[in-house]
Design a protein around this ligand. Structure first.
Ligand code: SF4
Length: 366
């Protein structure tokens, strides 16, 4: 459980400080009768140094320190539960001020610590292999709730370590919450706040085509696309938003986008499911579909979960699939599942232990 000081626990009584940009924080300081530059100082403590108890903000005057937590909520989420995987992956259930719960996953790998961030409570897109999709949708996360996932999760790292990469691949479709997502990314990239570099942040989409260009016009981040199929018939089933934006529309938009190059490719996520999309013909078709797009393919063997009968292919079939792509010059890697013993792997986030706490009824596989 969290050890947050009572004054900084999430509450609806006070405005949430993490909902604001640094400029807005400066303005709020002026409204409170404090100099504008105090906003940057406060952000430096909270985001840069991870100090959320005003008593620890030692270069602020006593009157400001006292006023801070009385006026504004400094936390938007509290940690409800933490699970640690055998492989070092850490999953936390995080609770907002209305009781809605999400999950964030920390994936340590060598000198990298990647945080998988959620953007919605549940998800409306109902991808058939995804446990979050099976939950349905409750609401979008607020800016502060997206930002606070980094603050809460970095406290779970060993002393001296920091989160190095952010991937928006947790619960929800990020592009259906684009305004809050963009504001949160600006705080993550702000040098006086978290100072993440552009190539350290990846936003993953199931293919909400009209929002892709808008996102990339607004912020400089990596884009990942959850592809999973090479025919519309199969993708309609696996990723139902394909019925609105079929493969030619999605891939055509990416091919024509000015945002991508060999150095800044589109990352395609392709979940390999035994007997469904793992045949050599699928691999050949994938090569053809991606022609003309600067691309990198992440092959992800299906993470089995209770809400789906789908299973991963045998290791031999996975290697053969990757081989077809590599031989034809497509950059491809196989991503081994992480945290699957605690349901923290891709497509497994769904408050399995407490589905009722997500605030939505579990409706079963789509
Ligand atoms: S895979 Fe992503 S977009 Fe699809 S249902 Fe799951 S969370 Fe939503």
């Amino acid at each position: 459980m969290t050890d947050a000081p009572a004054a900084s626990r999430p509450t609806r009584d006070r405005p949430a400080l993490k909902d604001w940009s640094l400029d807005e924080l400066g303005e709020r300081c002026v409204e409170a009768g404090w100099p504008r530059y105090r906003g940057v100082q406060i952000a430096g403590w909270i985001y840069g140094r991870g100090v959320e108890d005003p008593a620890g903000m030692t270069d602020l005057p006593a009157e400001l320190r006292e006023g801070l937590a009385q006026r504004w909520a400094l936390r938007s989420l509290e940690v409800a539960e933490v699970q640690r995987s055998r492989d070092g992956t850490v999953k936390a259930r995080l609770r907002g001020d209305d009781g809605a719960e999400i999950e964030s996953v920390l994936i340590p790998e060598g000198d990298r610590n990647t945080l998988c961030v959620s953007t919605q409570v549940g998800c409306p897109l109902a991808c058939s292999f995804c446990a979050t999709g099976a939950l349905g949708f409750r609401r979008n996360l607020r800016v502060g709730e997206i930002v606070d996932q980094v603050c809460r999760m970095r406290e779970l790292l060993p002393e001296g370590q920091r989160i190095t990469n952010l991937v928006f691949m947790g619960m929800g479709e990020p592009l259906l919450n684009r305004p809050a997502l963009v504001r949160a990314i600006r705080t993550f990239q702000e040098p006086k706040a978290f100072a993440f570099g552009p190539r350290k942040i990846t936003v993953s989409t199931a293919g909400v085509v009209p929002q892709i260009g808008r996102l990339l016009d607004e912020v400089d981040v990596n884009l990942a696309v959850s592809l999973h199929a090479t025919t519309d018939a199969l993708r309609d089933e696996l990723v139902p938003i394909n019925r609105s934006f079929p493969l030619e529309v999605l891939l055509g938009a990416l091919r024509e986008s000015p945002h991508f190059s060999r150095r800044r490719p589109v990352f395609f996520e392709y979940t390999l499911i035994a007997g469904v999309n793992d045949a050599p013909e699928d691999a050949m078709r994938l090569v053809g579909r991606l022609r003309g797009i600067p691309a990198k393919v992440n092959l992800i063997p299906m993470n089995p979960h209770a809400d789906s009968a789908a299973r991963p292919p045998a290791a031999k079939a996975i290697d053969a699939f990757a081989e077809v792509l590599l031989r034809r010059g497509l950059r491809a890697t196989v991503r081994r599942p992480r945290g699957d013993d605690i349901d923290a792997a891709c497509g497994q986030l769904h408050n399995r232990r407490h589905p009722e706490r997500a605030g939505v009824a579990a409706v079963g596989p789509a």
